[in-house]
Design a protein around this ligand. Structure first.
Ligand SMILES: [Fe+2]
Length: 266
């Protein structure tokens, strides 16, 4: 099977509480792994971390990502350089926290996120990317919660100051388009203390109850049962399922570098 084939060449380990790590300890490119195989591993495990592989130049990374599927296009192109900017218009490009969200909500939702760590934060400086597995969260919710959540539509609104913006309404409970697992399309409101805030509300609830719902569910998303926190090492490659997971970032120290390259596969 696929996993046996990969385990014959690389070291494979489970990540906690979900996901897998594939480690190479010899001179090898990630292109040794078939892009479609990698995609099916990401569908099965939600996170695949590739560590110890050779550095890949941007053009080669784009070429490899295309072997997994078509790439999402933005006004900046297909590759986002995620790093602190001098005059940021959006909190993504600061050293502040990034609340949980899924990518493409206001534009087009990609299936996978492919990250390449060009420069990792300094040790103990924060900057971990955090991934909440909404499938696990749903599976462990009570029957009463599930019944209630199925009736909710969530409204999200933000001004287009960076590459995304607008107003959307989405059902909270949805099906994964490929695996058909139940997933949650939940994003945390982005407070006005951060650049480019996002307003969020539950269509069916009064403002106070709606705010309470967001606070409670957000708190649960950070629990270690559902949340994989990734401490970056230089040259890590990480593939994440953008349908099953929501992701965010811990703040990092202002003096610490942090540069991730990100490509989204449709
Ligand atoms: Fe994101």
């Amino acid at each position: 099977m696929l996993m046996d084939k990969i385990a014959a060449k690389f070291q494979v380990e489970q990540l906690q509480p979900y996901g897998i790590k594939i480690a190479a300890n010899q001179d090898v490119d990630i292109t040794e792994l078939n892009g479609l195989d990698l995609k099916s591993l990401a569908e099965k495990y939600q996170i695949v971390l590739l560590r110890g592989f050779n550095f890949l130049e941007k053009a080669n990374l784009v070429h490899y990502a295309k072997s997994m599927g078509a790439l999402l296009e933005w006004d900046f192109g297909q590759v986002m350089e995620m790093q602190v900017q001098e005059m940021p218009k959006n909190y993504l490009f600061t050293n502040g926290p990034v609340p949980f969200h899924w990518d493409g909500a206001f534009h087009q939702v990609p299936s996978f996120l492919l990250f390449h760590c060009i420069q990792a934060p300094l040790p103990d400086s924060g900057g971990e990317t955090i991934f909440c597995n909404t499938q696990l969260l749903w599976q462990q919710a009570s029957a009463a919660e599930r019944r209630q959540w199925q009736t909710y539509s969530l409204n999200y609104k933000t001004e287009k100051l960076a590459h995304y913006g607008g107003a959307i309404q989405v059902p909270l409970v949805q099906q994964h388009p490929v695996t058909h697992e139940t997933i949650l399309r939940f994003a945390e409101p982005v407070p006005a203390t951060l650049l480019n805030p996002v307003e969020a509300s539950v269509e069916q609830l009064a403002p106070v109850e709606s705010a309470d719902f967001f606070n409670r569910l957000a708190e649960r998303c950070y629990q270690p049962h559902y949340c994989y926190s990734h401490t970056w090492q230089e040259n890590d490659f990480l593939i994440a399922d953008n349908h099953a997971l929501i992701h965010g970032r811990n703040a990092f120290k202002a003096f610490s570098p942090r540069h991730l390259r990100r490509i989204q596969v449709l």
